[in-house]
Design a protein around this ligand. Structure first.
Ligand SMILES: C=CC1=C(C)c2cc3[nH]c(cc4nc(cc5[nH]c(cc1n2)c(C)c5CCC(=O)O)C(CCC(=O)O)=C4C)c(C)c3C=C
Ligand SMILES: [Fe+2]
Ligand SMILES: [Fe+2]
Length: 348
C-alpha cells in the first residue's frame, strides 16, 4: 500500500510544497520558416537583412571580408529597394507579410489536427524568434520537441541553420527537452501527390492551356553543389517526380540570384526572357520548394516574372500559388509531423 505523502502537492504530483512548479509533460511541434521584416519599411528591412545576411550558413564568405561589404554597401542600398517590394505584397489588413501570416495559419490548422500536441511557429530571422518560442514551449511542459524546418529540400543555408539556432538554445538549458528535427520531404509520396493534384486542379482552372509548366526553386550559389550540399539533387528529384504525374512538359529553373557569383542554373528570369523566341508563349509557373507564398513567389515570380515573359513576347502567363494553409497543405503537414513523431505520441 502507498501511504499518503505529506510532500504531495494539491495537483497530486510528488513534489515538496516549496519545489518550483513542474508542468505536466507534453509534446511540442515547432514549424520554422525563414522570416520577414516586421514592417515593409527600410529600417525594419535593414534589421532583418542584417541578421539574415550575417548568418555564415547563408553567406559563406569569411566574416572579415563580408561584413564591410554588407555594412558598407548592401545594408545602405538594398533595404529601401526591398521595402518597396515588400510593400507591394504586404497584407495591411491582417498586419504582416504573406510568409508570416501563412506560417501562422499553418501552425493554427496543424494545432487543430494534433490536439494532443502544442503546435506553434517561429522564424529563423526576425520574429517570432526560435528562442522565444522554445522558451514558451519549455515553460508549458514540452519535454519532447519536434522542429520542422519548412523546407522540403534540404540545404545548409535553410534547414541546417534552423538546427544550429535550436542547438544554441539547447546549450543554455539545464533541463533539455528531447529533440527531433523533421527530415526533408522532397520525395515523400504524400508531398509529390499533393503538389501534382494541386497543379492539375490549378491548370484545369486556367482559361488557356500552357505549353509548359515551369517549376522554379530558390537558387543557391553553384559552389554549394560542388561542396556537397544535396539541395540541387533534392530539387531535381521533386521536379522529376511531379513531372511524371502531369500530362504537360515540365521544366526546372532556379530564381532569386544574389551577388555576382554563379548560382544554380538555369535561371528563371533568363528562361522567361528566352522562351517566347523558342515558340513557348503560354506558361504556368509554380514554386514547389516554398510551402508558403512569400516575397520570392508573389513579387519575383508572379509580378516580375510575368513582366519579363510578356516583355519578351509571351502571351499567356499564370502563377500557381503555394499550398499555404489550404486543406491539401495541412493534410501534408499533418502527415509529415505524424511521420516524424512516430513512437513519441504512442508512449504517452
Ligand atoms: C544571399 C543569399 C541567399 C541564399 C543562399 C538564400 C537561400 C534561400 N532562401 C530561401 C527562401 C527564402 N528567401 C527569401 C528571401 C530572401 N533571400 C535572400 C537571399 C538568400 N537566400 C534575400 C536577401 C531575401 C530577402 C528579400 C530581398 O531583399 O530580396 C524568402 C522570402 C522572405 C519573405 O519575407 O517573404 C524565402 C522564403 C531558400 C529556400 C533558400 C535556399 C534553398
Ligand atoms: Fe532566400
Ligand atoms: Fe544534383
Amino acid at each position: 500500500m502507498i501511504l499518503p505523502n505529506p510532500n504531495m502537492n494539491t495537483d497530486g504530483r510528488h513534489r515538496p510544497t516549496d519545489h518550483p512548479p513542474v508542468p505536466a509533460p507534453r509534446i511540442g511541434v515547432l514549424i520554422v520558416n525563414l522570416g520577414s521584416p516586421d514592417a515593409p519599411e527600410a529600417g525594419a528591412v535593414r534589421r532583418y537583412l542584417a541578421e539574415f545576411l550575417s548568418d555564415p550558413r547563408v553567406i559563406e564568405i569569411p566574416r572579415l571580408a563580408w561584413q564591410p561589404i554588407l555594412r558598407g554597401i548592401i545594408l545602405r542600398t538594398r533595404p529601401a529597394k526591398s521595402a518597396k517590394l515588400y510593400a507591394s505584397i504586404w497584407d495591411r489588413q491582417r498586419g504582416g507579410s504573406p510568409l508570416t501570416l501563412h506560417t501562422r495559419d499553418q501552425a493554427a490548422a496543424l494545432a487543430e489536427a494534433l490536439p494532443d500536441c502544442r503546435v506553434d511557429f517561429a522564424m529563423r530571422y526576425g520574429n517570432p524568434s526560435i528562442t522565444s518560442r522554445l522558451n514558451e514551449m519549455k515553460a508549458a511542459g514540452c519535454e519532447r520537441i519536434l522542429i520542422v524546418p519548412m523546407y522540403p529540400q534540404y540545404s545548409a543555408a535553410t534547414s541546417a541553420t534552423v538546427a544550429d539556432r535550436v542547438a544554441d538554445w539547447m546549450r543554455g538549458q539545464r533541463w533539455q527537452p528531447a529533440l527531433r528535427t523533421a527530415a526533408p520531404w522532397y520525395d515523400d509520396p504524400a508531398y509529390i501527390e499533393a503538389l501534382a493534384e494541386d497543379y492539375r486542379a490549378g491548370l484545369a482552372a486556367l482559361d488557356f492551356r500552357p505549353d509548359e509548366l515551369i517549376l522554379t526553386f530558390h537558387g543557391m550559389p553553384r559552389r554549394t553543389l560542388e561542396l556537397g550540399d544535396p539541395y540541387h539533387c533534392h530539387c531535381q528529384k521533386t521536379a522529376r517526380l511531379v513531372g511524371e504525374r502531369l500530362d504537360l512538359p515540365v521544366r526546372i529553373v532556379f530564381q532569386s540570384r544574389f551577388g555576382r557569383a554563379e548560382w544554380l542554373q538555369p535561371y528563371l528570369d533568363k528562361t522567361l526572357e528566352a522562351l517566347p523566341a523558342e515558340g513557348v508563349k503560354r506558361v504556368a509557373v509554380a514554386a514547389p520548394g516554398f510551402p508558403a507564398d512569400c516575397l520570392e513567389t508573389l513579387e519575383e515570380i508572379a509580378i516580375q516574372g510575368r513582366e519579363q515573359f510578356e516583355g519578351a513576347g509571351g502571351t499567356h502567363f499564370a502563377y500557381l500559388p503555394c499550398l499555404n494553409a489550404r486543406p491539401a497543405g495541412i493534410r501534408l503537414l499533418t502527415h509529415l509531423v505524424e511521420r516524424d513523431l512516430a513512437g513519441w505520441r504512442e508512449s504517452r
